[in-house]
Design a binder for this molecule. Structure first.
Ligand code: SF4
Length: 395
């Protein structure tokens, strides 16, 4: 019998709505939205970006996970990895008894038809899906529609004989899943992380180069059997849904220019395609934070979200170029009125900085959060800001 796959929920939306609201909703945030996205208390004013927090894809994924738990109370429910990149949400799911295949001691090979496996919002590779099917697991697929749209585009590139150039992180689950779609049916892909990597690829497109050096540079970011002399001649651009939108657009332009320079204007339609596959939630959050920075001077910006959350890191990048910015993973990152635990933008590790909050006079703080951060965490951050700014509490 083919395995059972739930793709549209499990008809228990109403039954889990109360638990979800209790776990992730915030009355304070709802009130702040009603008040023009501003919170004032004493010398503190907090300005919230007009779009922040849980996106439609994450909302749906978390909802389905809770529905799965309710529908199968007596069966093991497991996630292939983090359902989304937020430590608080993942801890809540663990508290529901949901296991994570990425945890020590867990193994996909040990799964049986009794297991209910939740596929995350950013999707899984074709190979992993096939293995789960072979093992007969029941699946709850929460892959976001915006990710499915990227897959549709790269599959079309492959069908047309184009190589997919994917602006993304080759190690990120979503990009690995997208790459597997591009490679299905013998297609090829190249993943570029940023403008610098795109420039290296464009250099090769324009005038060729040393294939061995190229493959060494992109060792883990190309499809099996990738030959830059063969597979950089007809190209289609796509991107991980959560990249910096301006960078994705710039990279597509760079590739277009390189193809034009090498093969001429007349061949461009045959040899180049591009679809901006940044999802609308990512775009809206990036636009909203840019608008917030344009609207008024801010003393600092706080960005909340998992350190491995791509969309959160990109929000922090946008802010950092304009105002002192602190990317914190959890409210406890605001340690005291003098200390903050955060990840420096573009850095890898966490650090504790001092003197993050002006110690006298009015203070204006901008606030946003990534697509995997629930409102109740933003709520706690605002309460801590209030306490530190107005009472000088040491936390
Ligand atoms: S960030 Fe975008 S693609 Fe990812 S889950 Fe949210 S809406 Fe979907």
């Amino acid at each position: 019998m083919p395995p059972l796959i739930f793709r549209k929920g499990l008809d228990l939306k109403q039954e889990v709505a109360g638990t979800l609201a209790e776990s992730y909703h915030s009355e304070l945030i709802a009130a702040i939205k009603d008040n023009g996205y501003q919170y004032r208390a004493g010398r503190l004013t907090v300005h919230l970006a007009r779009e922040f927090g849980f996106c439609y894809g994450v909302d749906r994924a978390v909802d389905y996970a809770y529905q799965a738990r309710k529908r199968f109370p007596d069966r093991p429910v497991v996630l292939t990895g983090e359902i989304i990149h937020n430590p608080h949400v993942n801890a809540q799911l663990r508290a529901q008894g949901i296991r994570f295949l990425s945890d020590p001691g867990e193994s996909i090979d040990a799964l049986t038809p009794d297991d209910v496996v939740i596929l995350p919002a950013f999707g899984i590779t074709i190979e992993l899906l096939q293995q789960l099917e072979t093992q007969g697991c029941t699946m709850v697929d929460t892959t976001c529609g915006s990710v499915l749209n990227v897959w549709k585009n790269v599959r079309r590139y492959t069908a047309e004989g184009l190589t997919s150039i994917i602006h993304g992180k080759f190690w990120h689950e979503e990009t690995r899943a997208t790459a597997s779609q591009a490679a299905s049916g013998g297609g090829h892909y190249l993943v570029v992380l940023d403008r610098a990597e795109a420039a290296a690829a464009c250099e090769y497109i324009r005038q060729g180069g040393n294939a061995r050096d190229f493959l060494a540079q992109f060792e883990r970011a190309v499809s099996p059997g990738f030959d830059p002399d063969l597979h950089l001649q007809r190209l289609g651009c796509a991107n991980q849904t959560t990249m910096l939108s301006s960078e994705s657009l710039a990279i597509a332009e760079m590739v277009r220019d390189a193809v034009r320079a090498r093969f001429g204007e007349a061949d461009l339609d045959l040899r180049f395609r591009s679809f901006d596959t940044i999802c609308s939630a990512t775009q809206d959050r990036q636009d909203a934070v840019a608008a917030l920075l344009d609207e008024r001077p801010l003393d600092l910006m706080i960005v909340i979200g998992g350190y491995n959350s791509s969309n959160t890191c990109n929000l922090a990048r946008i802010c950092e170029s304009r105002v002192p910015t602190f990317h914190i993973a959890e409210p406890v990152g605001l340690m005291s009125s003098s200390e903050i635990r955060h990840k420096p933008v573009g850095g890898t590790g966490e650090r504790i900085s001092t003197g993050w909050l002006p110690d006298s006079g009015p203070v204006s703080v901008g606030l946003t959060s990534g697509a995997s951060t629930p409102d109740n965490l933003v709520d706690i951050v605002i309460r801590r800001l209030d306490a530190f700014a107005n009472l000088g509490e040491s936390g």
